[in-house]
Design a protein. Structure first.
Length: 540
């Protein structure tokens, strides 16, 4: 239950409201679900097609008709003999909510509750942000497709190949401009960050695609996952916000709109975290750590309750030899209930009766909990945090902290890249390239990957690969997202001096470099170098 706080403390009241019991949250989310309404409310929504309205009214009328033998296989109306039948209202038909009326599937978990966990659980929030930034937040590039690369490599006309590469470089610039201009408010990277945040928080993400009158893609945007539901026949999606209903087709489909009057409905690309228990919706990773998440919130609320009382422990009042008056009992009760809360170092004054020969009045306030109470459940909350991060497969090093050394952190980053980030990027690239292929089949979008090496090490790796002719110069330039060169498809050929230096570096027998190293060394076992310019030999 909620604890009453001062009305002027808005921030604290917001924190307390976010830590309600699980049952209160579920009831609140159900009330806020726009699909969880009956027809009397839904018929007032805008955007509904008149044919759809009449069809629903006929179904409801048929459901209460005494001559109706059945409505459907799931909501049959009991019938008797010779037009005799039940006149009782069928609650499952007449008063069924928008999920049945719109023929959409109820999500396996409450979308609003899952989204709320992203806002209220710090470890869940941090893990999701880390995955989003490392999967789609590092930007993107356009690479030449394998089929196009093969044609360029097998072409014997060097002039035509050079012109083709120039056209490809121009196409990269034009394609990026086209993709970024499809949304006036957000960049493509920002759109993908919003969509993938929904995927990780709720298990589902929705990319909206709008087309021009000519059928070309003219808009790409993000739709909040909490407002969208999947149609039972997989023939589209419905969104409700306020009292407006919008229908969306599947991407690339051209089926008729069965619900609203929009003849040019936009399309949706549905991203979801796969679960073998549901084929319509995805289920986020945090569900597997739900006990830890809820337990962490309850522990946080316990600590807030403790500090709201100014860290005053609970007491037992002991009174021997006398009975308090009604006024004294009332004062003490009010003091313990309200006087100790939010006020430090309060003084309690209680009038007591005097001692007699037979009775001696004694008053004691003994604390039940006089141990250290600050930060209760510290280890429990730490274990909850680790459980949530394990569910997301995100190492603690990605959140800015580490419980282990540098070597362990690098190993964890490598595992995160190989097992989490890269597979997710490959899946997203396959989905997004459905959009790119409507513009060109020469280029494909690639999300930039998490880099585990610094720029100096990466440049040395590319230099070695080019010099050993394992990689062509244009391939190295492509890895650095640089324009291609006309002579970049030919193997790099070193000059005689470069070849000699390379062999010397490989053999490690360059005497002059060895001498320089010895001269610059601080080790007493090496030969002392020359004094720096401007300094003389020190006197003994």
């Amino acid at each position: 239950m909620r604890t009453k706080v001062t009305d002027n403390d808005d921030n604290f009241q917001y924190i307390r409201a976010s830590l309600n019991t699980q049952e209160e949250k579920e009831n609140e989310f159900k009330l806020n679900d726009p699909f969880n309404k009956n027809w009397e409310e839904l018929k007032e929504y805008t955007g509904l097609d008149q044919n759809f309205r009449r069809r629903i009214v006929r179904q409801i009328t048929k459901a209460v008709s005494p001559t109706a033998a059945y409505l459907d296989s799931a909501n049959a109306v009991p019938a008797g003999v010779d037009d005799a039948g039940s006149k009782a209202l069928n609650p499952g038909t007449v008063y069924r909510n928008g999920y049945g009326l719109f023929d959409v599937i109820t999500p396996p978990y409450n979308m609003y509750e899952l989204a709320n966990f992203y806002d209220t659980c710090f470890s869940n929030h941090a893990a999701i942000d880390a995955k989003v930034e490392n999967i789609v937040g590092l930007g993107y590039r356009f690479d030449v497709t394998d089929r196009t690369s093969l044609r360029l490599e097998t072409s014997e006309d060097e002039g035509a190949t050079g012109r083709a590469r120039s056209r490809i470089e121009r196409a990269k610039i034009e394609l990026r401009d086209w993709l970024e201009n499809l949304n006036d408010d957000d960049s493509f990277t920002k759109i993908m960050e919003k969509v993938y945040t929904d995927v990780e928080a709720t298990g589902n993400g929705f990319i909206e695609v709008g087309r021009t009158l000519k059928g070309d893609i003219g808009y790409i945007g993000h739709i909040p996952a909490t407002t969208v539901r999947v149609r039972r026949l997989n023939d589209g999606y419905l969104q409700i916000i306020g009292q407006a209903v919008v229908y969306f087709r599947n991407f690339g489909a051209n089926n008729p709109n069965p619900v609203t009057a929009d003849s040019r409905a936009n399309e949706i690309i549905h991203l979801k975290s796969y679960s073998p228990l549901n084929t319509y919706y995805g289920i986020p990773d945090i569900v597997s750590a739900m006990p830890s998440l809820i337990g962490d919130q309850l522990a946080s609320r316990y600590n807030i309750d403790y500090f709201e009382n100014k860290a005053v422990p609970r007491y037992i009042i002991t009174l021997k030899g006398a009975k308090l008056s009604g006024d004294a009992e009332d004062k003490m009760f009010r003091f313990l209930q309200t006087g100790l809360k939010s006020q430090s170092h309060r003084t309690l004054y209680i009038p007591l009766p005097g001692d007699t020969d037979q009775n001696k009045v004694e008053f004691k306030m003994e604390p039940i909990e006089n141990g250290i109470q600050e930060g209760s459940f510290k280890e429990y909350r730490k274990q909850n945090r680790d459980d949530i991060l394990i569910a997301h497969q995100v190492p603690i090093s990605k959140l800015g902290g580490s419980d282990s050394g540098l070597a362990a952190a690098l190993s964890q980053d490598r595992t995160f890249k190989e097992q989490v980030a890269r597979p997710a990027q490959h899946h997203l690239e396959k989905v997004v390239n459905k959009i790119i292929r409507e513009k060109t089949d020469v280029l494909e979008l690639k999300f930039n990957e998490l880099t585990l090496t610094d720029e100096i090490a990466q440049s040395q790796i590319l230099e070695r690969l080019v010099k050993t002719q394992i990689m062509m110069p244009n391939e190295a330039r492509q890895a650095l997202d640089l324009p291609q060169r006309k002579d970049g498809d030919d193997p790099f050929v070193m000059t005689p001096r470069q070849a000699t230096d390379a062999r010397a570096n490989t053999a490690g027998n360059r005497e002059r470099d060895t001498e320089r190293t010895n001269n610059n060394s601080d080790s007493p076992s090496t030969v002392a170098g020359r004094n720096p310019a401007g300094e003389g030999r020190s006197s003994q």
